[in-house]
Design a protein around this ligand. Sequence first.
Ligand code: GDP
Ligand code: IMO
Ligand code: MG
Length: 423
Amino acid sequence: MKSNKIDVVLGLQWGDEGKGKVVDVLTPDYKIIARFQGGPNAGHSLVFDGDGFVLHTVPSGIFREGTVNVIGNGVVIDPVILMDEIHAIEQKAGDITGKLVISKRAHLILPTHRMLDAASEAAKGKSKIGSTLKGIGPTYMDKTGRNGLRIGDILSADFINKYEALKQKHFGLLSQYDFQFDITDYEKQWMLAVEEMKRFEFIESEVYVNKALDEGTPILAEGAQGSLLDIDFGTYPFVTSSNTMSAGVCTGLGVAPTRVGKVYGIFKAYCTRVGSGPFPTELFDEDGEKLRRIGHEYGATTGRPRRCGWLDLVALKYAVMMSGVSDLIMMKSDVLDGFDTIKVAVAYKEGDKILDSFPYDGGVNIEPVYKEFPGWKAPLSGLRRFEDFPQAFKGYIAFIEAETGCRISIVSVGPDRNATVVR
Ligand code: GDP
Ligand code: IMO
Ligand code: MG
């Protein structure tokens, strides 16, 4: 028995770090790519051959030959969004029926889960989470509340009865809100999509993944969202409803902690956040505008403008610690090309007190303490070798490595698959 381990790619900030691109770049080294949490709240962008794709539920290895893509038990699935996505992929890649398998234990997002998400957000008013409104929270609530419907239920004879029972329960909940809705059209699409999903194999993915590991098959787990959106350790309550850190791989795929290998932690050379909640280094000035403009910082799922700010090493170190990151990957370095001065938060100030660890409230009443770096003022996007990077950029990298105690083994300098420097 070979003792192969499962490697992991996960986001270290508030999501949108570039996980899709990195998974696509790393896929040739793996045979299986597996999503372990989240759902269609994710938007993972891939750029290659002059084409761009945004994946929401399907793992980002789908466009590479010779891979099987697994949607694990920890994921929540909206059949309509999944089938729309599959149709778009198949336009480019042909039939993917044999390349995608789905865990029987993954939970279904019902049309009424989406309505509950919307009703709950509307009722929260100003204190809303800024949810993607895909029904993520209500679906995970039904999972932990032991009411949920799973992919495996689709094959049971009384699926429709189970669906109706849960729907009626949701109607009861919805009646407590002042919220108008009509699911007639979406429900029809949903039922059709559920039927069409049956062309994919529904599996015990925990057995599949562990058997593949026993046989020495290289597997990469793909995270969604980011560490600071983790349900336990993120900026609660402004978080998503799953464990986005490396621990989520164990429960979201059914692999033991002893089987986790490399943990690739991805971060942007600056920070973004979409939705509400604390963001200590957020910029409200011209620099923030510039980051948004040059970095095209608009949500891949919702199109919302992303909030932008400087890199936050206090938060990054917290995320590295929580996931046991073995390798760092820095994304979107090219976006900083034109800045005269680049700032990095190295601590927080709360009144007279200096905080050097990430606070319980996510940093509501703090001021970041910045270290300044000279900009490199040269385009990085054409470079493909680490040696060719400008000295000032190498200095930025070295500082982050020294602070986090982690090597930056890949640097991304553009959205395309090829705009990647592996050290
Ligand atoms: P994910 O959710 O972590 O997969 O990230 P998103 O796809 O939501 O957002 C990342 C965005 O940055 C996408 O539009 C990518 O095409 C783009 N991107 C990824 N890497 C780079 C990079 O190194 N430079 C630039 N300029 N854009 C990048
Ligand atoms: P990827 O995988 C960025 C944010 C939402 C909101 C909060 C809760 O593309 O990095 P939810 O719909 O999960 O109930 O929303 O989490 N959020 C994301 N932000 N990238 C994502 O995914 C996100 N998924 C959820 O904006 O603030
Ligand atoms: Mg995204």
